[in-house]
Design a protein. Sequence first.
Length: 135
Amino acid sequence: MSNNLQKMVKKEKFHIEYVFDKVSKTSLWNYISAPTGLAEWFADNVSVNGNIYTFTWSKYSNEAEIIGINANNYIRFHWLDEEDPLTYFEFRLHKVELTGETTLEIIDFAEDEEQEDTKSLWESQIKILKRILGV
C-alpha cells in the first residue's frame, strides 16, 4: 500500500472531570493507581510487572505502561498496542480549596466519531467507582 493511501487516524485529546464529595485524595489515589483499586472499577483484573500494568476484562487483556506519575496527583498510562506514541490516558486529582471536594480529571484520546462513546464508557466506569466509594 502506498504512503498516500495509508492514513493514520488522528485522535483528539479530551478532558472530563468528576466531583468526589467527601472523598480524600489519598483514598481516591489508591483506586486510580493501585492494581487492587483499579480492579474494583476499571477492569476485572489488574496485574503489574514493573511499570507495565496488564488490564483484563473478561477474556480480553491489554497492557499499558506508566509514562508519568506524581503520587497523590496524577498517573499517566500509554497503551502498548497504541500506534501513536503521543496518546495516553491520565487520571489527575485536584482538591477544590473553597469546598474541600476532590475532583478526578480524566484525560484521554479518541477519534472524533468515537469521542462520545468513549466519554460514555468513562461515565459508566466512574458510576461504579462512586458507588464503591459511597458517593
